[in-house]
Design a protein around this ligand. Structure first.
Ligand code: HEC
Ligand code: HEC
Length: 207
């Protein structure tokens, strides 16, 4: 029964979901791959495969643009450096005189004119960059996985708190409601949370 649920879950998460570059992820090969994840009998191998599915969301632009390895946020589907210039600052929410909040309010703002190259300015009450020790840009899926599990680099979270953060945090949730002109992250936050739950249950192994 659990396998059946998981198969559905993994398939639902990935099939038909937009990928980071805005194209549709669904291909015959891919649905075969996701079906295969839940049928892997070897537990560590299944766990590693589950993380690879999770990583498809984490490495997309909606998450990655706020988890860069440098001191500037990234923007857009192509993850270019943020324009106008914006800097991380000591608390990851901008520099004196130019906090993120000077442009990003507590909600997404849709522009009324089409003159800018974008259709909305994203917003959230806690808008800011993930601290540098939580940077994912330029790292392999295995490196991201080991970092996520490491309380020294994940904000002091054990696996249960990590799960809760990904499944429930509303700043993470912004990625599925990113404002006009932006592709939402693949699937839903609940589906990602369920995948993370299954990954932890299978031993939280890293690829
Ligand atoms: C607007 C910027 C922003 C976006 C978008 C964003 N994050 Fe984060 N992220 C942060 C900040 C800020 C923190 C640090 C806050 C904390 O630790 O509670 C963080 C911390 C985290 C953490 C805990 C620390 C770690 O790295 O282990 C996880 C997990 C995480 N984010 C996942 C995601 C996922 C998944 C997405 C996309 C679906 C995402 N984030 C999108 C800003 C963002
Ligand atoms: C001077 C105004 C301004 C400041 C300051 C500013 N931003 Fe932005 N930001 C924008 C505008 C406008 C957009 C929309 C442009 C776009 O998406 O192409 C944007 C888009 C973004 C995006 C893109 C979201 C996505 O997924 O595509 C991120 C991430 C971001 N900003 C983070 C930050 C952070 C973090 C700070 C503070 C360190 C900050 N910004 C400071 C104006 C600003």
């Amino acid at each position: 029964m659990r396998f059946a649920t998981l198969t559905l879950l993994v398939a639902v998460t990935i099939s038909g979901a937009p990928t980071y570059d805005g194209t549709m992820a669904q291909t015959a090969a891919e649905s075969r791959n996701t079906g295969q994840v839940s049928s892997i009998v070897d537990r560590p191998a299944r766990s590693r495969a589950l993380f690879s599915e999770i990583a498809k969301v984490l490495t997309g632009p909606r998450c990655m643009n706020c988890h860069p390895s440098g001191d500037e946020p990234l923007q857009g589907e192509g993850r270019h450096v943020h324009r106008p210039v914006a800097l991380r600052g000591g608390s990851n929410d901008g520099v004196p005189g130019l906090p993120c909040a000077s442009c990003h309010s507590d909600h997404n703002v849709t522009l009324l004119t089409a003159e800018a190259g974008y259709r909305s300015i994203p917003g959230h009450p806690r808008w800011g960059l993930a601290p540098i020790e939580m940077a994912w840009e330029g790292k392999s899926v295995g490196e991201i996985c080991r970092q996520l599990k490491d309380p020294v680099r994940n904000g002091g979270r054990d696996l249960a708190l990590l799960h809760q953060h990904i499944a429930r945090d509303d700043l993470v949730g912004w990625a599925w409601h990113p404002g006009a002109g932006r592709q939402p992250a693949p699937g839903t936050q609940k589906q990602l949370g369920d995948l993370v739950g299954a990954w932890i249950e299978s031993g939280a192994e890293c690829p």
